[in-house]
Write a protein that binds this ligand. Structure first.
Ligand SMILES: [Fe+2]
Ligand SMILES: [Fe+2]
Length: 324
């Protein structure tokens, strides 16, 4: 039957689909030229490009503090971290392109369309302590997620994650060390870092996405081994890792319901304010408009660089084949 009219609802060859799913079940890696269901390609393109956008937009809240770092060592760490995040974005855009969508189009969807990026970057960085807390909690949450993704069924994504996780570990350590330093500093420094933890804790938990029961893409991603663990499992792992880290440096987490379940070893936590999460996702977080405006401005002001690079590449291309 005619299936070529619209790409919206692909009807997959059941034999190929079964073979593909068997490969995923066996833990094989899917490579760009392998057959894959259209839905897998689309879900991955959405997920990977969203990840790339998040890396790039994530440079903004921290970049804001580079000129105000309190000493040279902190400034070097922060510059290196922000630069790493830009590199992660470019690396993941390259990985996404292997699925067949051009990077320029992906960036267009994000700057002028409806593509999303992580909700966490729509919060402001109000004090220097926020830089430490972002490294500790935000990069810490990213590591939990990305360590799982290093085993994703799609080869280019999994390989990108292995490399990126090494840098994320540095990001988290420098952040935690900054928090530990402030926590044992003057009363004002300790109060500043505690305040930053209070503001970033819940948004960090939201980074793992909605509850499993409310996560529309999770079932496919789990079945096809893009994800190996659910949002709620990853969130629990992050809480279990982070509570002892907070205790070790004498900081508290702003959740009166936080308590250790002796039977399971899990730290049980209170209910997340999903209305806040939904508002941020819908574009109404504290910094959504500023972030997208800053990215558009940078993209538009960089147009001449892209044009110059394209002109240079064209000039150095052997003239064969193309009628101009
Ligand atoms: Fe990153
Ligand atoms: Fe990072």
């Amino acid at each position: 039957m005619a299936t070529e009219a619209k790409p919206a609802a692909p009807t997959e060859d059941p034999v190929k689909l079964a073979e593909f799913e068997a490969r995923c079940d066996r833990g094989e890696t899917i490579e760009p030229k392998d057959w894959m269901p259209e839905k897998y390609r689309r879900q991955l393109t959405r997920m990977m490009s969203q990840h790339a956008h998040s890396e790039v937009v994530g440079m903004l809240p921290e970049g804001n503090w580079i000129t105000r770092a309190p000493n040279l060592r902190r400034k070097m760490c922060l510059i290196a971290k922000v630069q790493d995040e830009g590199g992660h974005g470019l690396y993941i855009y390259c990985g996404t392109e292997t699925l067949g969508t051009d990077r320029a189009e992906l960036i267009d969807q994000y700057l002028y369309g409806t593509a999303k990026y992580s909700s966490i970057f729509n919060y402001p960085t109000l004090t220097w302590a926020d830089i430490g807390v972002i490294g500790w909690l935000v990069d810490g949450a990213a590591i939990v997620n990305q360590t799982m993704l290093a085993h994703a069924s799609y080869g280019p994504y999994a390989r990108a994650m292995i490399r990126i996780c090494k840098e994320e570990n540095f990001h988290k350590r420098q952040g935690y060390e900054l928090c530990a330093t402030l926590a044992r500093g003057t009363p004002a420094q300790k109060a500043m870092v505690q305040d930053a933890v209070n503001r970033w804790w819940w948004p960090s938990l939201m980074m793992f996405g909605p509850h499993d029961t409310n996560s529309p893409h999770s079932a496919d991603l789990l079945r096809w081994k893009v994800k190996q663990k659910s949002n709620d499992d990853l969130r629990q792992r992050f809480v279990n890792l982070t509570v002892p880290q907070a205790q070790a440096i004498g900081l508290t987490l702003p959740d009166p319901d936080l308590k250790l379940d002796q039977a399971t070893g899990d730290w049980k936590f209170g209910e997340i304010d999903w209305s806040e999460f939904n508002a941020v996702i819908a574009g109404n977080g504290p910094m959504n408009r500023e972030r997208i405006a800053a990215r558009r401005k940078a993209h538009e002001e960089g147009a001449w660089v892209r044009e110059a690079a394209a002109a240079y590449a064209a000039k150095h291309q052997p003239a064969a084949g193309q009628a101009a």
